[in-house]
Design a binder for this molecule. Structure first.
Ligand SMILES: [Cu+2]
Length: 74
């Protein structure tokens, strides 16, 4: 399993967490998604997958949920 950590801005509540989690889980090969909410600041999502995820696809998934990825270790 590969673990990737990404930073997301614009999240404020549990609904945001649910939306981002759903979009990230929909990516091919993703096993688990864990979001550490920092309301109004930069939240952190940790994703494990059976392959290496690219920053581009992670950013796209976050944008799909309505937020912005501001950094990733991918
Ligand atoms: Cu919210």
């Amino acid at each position: 399993m590969e673990t990737t950590t990404l930073n997301i801005s614009g999240m404020t509540c549990g609904h945001c967490v649910a939306s981002v989690t759903e979009e990230l889980e929909a990516l091919d090969g993703v096993d688990t998604v864990s979001v550490d909410l920092n309301a109004g600041g930069v939240s952190t999502a940790t994703v494990t997958a059976n392959r290496t995820l690219t920053a581009a696809e992670l950013g796209e998934a976050v944008a799909e949920a309505g937020y912005r990825m501001v950094g990733a270790d991918a």
